[in-house]
Design a protein around this ligand. Structure first.
Ligand SMILES: [Zn+2]
Length: 538
């Protein structure tokens, strides 16, 4: 029985085991199938996710790389916002300051409240009043001192702050807290200038909306000085019109490089307008005015009087031009309005010529050098609108007295004789000298008794010689042998102001090398032109 039962049990167990195994194997197949399916979906999903992610990332990158500027701008703006946050933080700390100060105010208010009845009591009780009022005066003084200390602290904080918006907020706080402090205008303008400059830097970077918000702050703060507000308004208009500000250096270079007179003029005006406190304002205005004047003179001399007058009027409309230029332009304008040219006549006398070579060193004839430089001087003068006459234009001999006779007959405004020097016994002699007439009893005038020593002629001759000599020395850095006086024939016999130039020593080998150099000759000629031109621009 026991065995039977056992046998039956074993069979039962076996059968159960069989079913269990069967069912387990069935379920396990299902589960593994599910797992596989799940695995599949998840991996597909992940792949999908990755694909999306990659696409997003790609799009993101595209946006990022495509708009780098915007991004930098954003950064800037964020910085600015951070800055503003700073400012709101400082506003919070400012609030605590305000509270403290309110306390001070309250104390003051309280004390002033207590003062009032004491004052009225004191009307009755004189002695008490004087004692108590002294005490309250002391209290007030202490309170004032405390307030002064705090005002000083805030003032210093404003001055030291490295943040534009912090500076701005502290300055406004200062104004609110200490409205009667003498430094209110100073700190407000200080902060406004910082704000304006910050706006300009944003504006230059093309961040127009942030720039405008800076300008608006300056414009809307009523305490800011007029000139700063006006400047902010000007910049704001430009920003609103979408015009990006050019930096002063860019603008300066643009002016210097411009080949157009009117462009140069307009840019110079813009420079003055946008950066009135820049140290280069006067320079660019003068530069543009000189261009405009030269252009006007060239039109004038070509008989285009109306156009010349237009140029002159443009120059005269600019109030910061040199007064010297203004006088000159007004004179020219009068001529043009009368349909008259500005004709100043200069008589140039290249020394020696033909059979008279002058100094003669290393195969070089002074007469040739004199003629070369004289032609260059002539070109320069003609460009400035002068009429130029010459004693000779080629290698020909002309007697000195004949030169004076010719000049006197043509009555030029000035006479300038051009020579080169030589000192046979001093081979190291070097430098430039310019002469005007000196009477000498041994050499009385032959044809010019009347004018040789005329004070006005002498005075004008001295001025001519001095200006030429100075211009030559400034331009060349040569040894300055100064303005000298002599009774040279052409200086004695001419009726108009006259000067004679010795441009350098041909007997000095190294100086001769310079004198033979074409660009050095041009420098000499330009300096002579400048010295002559100076006689006509007071
Ligand atoms: Zn000579």
């Amino acid at each position: 029985m026991f065995i039977k039962i056992h046998y039956a049990k074993i069979i039962k167990i076996l059968i159960i085991t069989f079913f269990v195994i069967l069912s387990i194997s069935f379920f396990s197949t299902e589960v593994s199938a599910e797992v596989i399916e799940a695995d599949l979906t998840s991996s597909i999903e992940i792949q999908g996710l990755e694909k999306d992610f990659i696409e997003d990332g790609f799009k993101g990158n595209e946006e990022f790389s495509g708009n780098e500027i915007t991004d930098t701008e954003l950064d800037e703006f964020e910085n600015y916002v951070v800055d503003t946050d700073d400012y709101s933080e400082s506003e919070t700390s400012g609030l605590s300051v305000v509270t403290e100060n309110e306390d001070v105010y309250d104390e003051e208010a309280e004390s002033s409240v207590t003062i009032q009845p004491e004052h009225s009591e004191s009307d009755v009780l004189d002695e008490t009043y004087s004692i108590e009022s002294q005490i309250t005066d002391l209290d007030i003084l202490t309170a004032d001192a405390e307030q002064n200390n705090e005002a000083d602290a805030l003032y210093n904080k404003i001055k030291r702050s490295g943040y534009v918006s912090e500076r701005w907020n502290l300055a406004r706080q200062f104004k609110d807290l200490y409205p009667s402090d003498s430094r209110v205008q100073e700190v407000i303008d200080f902060a406004a200038t910082s704000m304006l400059n910050y706006g300009v830097s944003l504006h230059q970077a093309g961040n127009l909306s942030s720039a405008i918000s800076c300008y608006d702050r300056v414009i809307l703060e009523e305490t800011v000085s007029r000139s700063i507000v006006d400047q902010a308004k000007k910049y704001k208009e430009l920003a609103k019109a979408g015009t990006i500000l050019e930096s002063p250096t860019n603008l300066y270079n643009k002016i210097k490089r411009s080949g157009y007179v009117s462009e140069r003029w307009n840019l110079a005006q813009q420079f003055k307008d946008l950066y009135p406190s820049d140290s280069r304002v006067q320079e660019v205005i003068d530069f543009a005015a000189t261009s405009m004047l030269n252009y006007g003179v060239s039109l004038h001399q070509a008989g285009k009087y109306d156009q010349a007058v237009n140029c002159y009027n443009i120059i005269l409309s600019e109030n910061s031009i040199a007064s010297k230029t203004r006088v000159d332009v007004e004179k020219y304008k009068t001529f043009a309005l009368n349909n008259e040219k500005i004709v100043k006549v200069i008589y140039l006398d290249p020394g020696h010529g033909g059979s008279d070579p002058g100094a003669n060193y290393y195969g070089i004839r002074e007469a040739d050098l004199n003629l070369k430089v004289s032609h260059m001087v002539k070109d320069g003068l003609v460009k400035l609108g002068y009429k130029v006459l010459m004693s000779r234009t080629s290698d020909t001999y002309i007697d000195y007295l004949d030169r004076a006779i010719d000049a006197n007959a043509k009555n030029p405004d000035l006479f300038v004789s051009i020579h080169h020097n030589a000192a046979p016994n001093w081979p190291n002699a070097t430098g430039i000298e310019t002469y005007y007439y000196q009477y000498h009893p041994n050499w009385p005038p032959k044809i010019n008794q009347e004018m040789h020593n005329d004070p006005s002629r002498i005075q004008k001759s001295a001025s001519l010689a001095t200006d030429i000599q100075n211009a030559l020395i400034n331009a060349t850095g040569a040894v300055n042998r100064g303005v000298q006086r002599n009774t040279f024939l052409v200086l004695r016999e001419t009726k108009m102001p006259a000067a004679l130039i010795e441009l350098g020593f041909m007997s000095n080998y190294s100086e001769l090398q310079k004198l033979l150099n074409r660009s050095y000759q041009r420098v000499l000629a330009n300096a002579i032109v400048k010295g002559i031109h100076n006689q006509f621009i007071e």
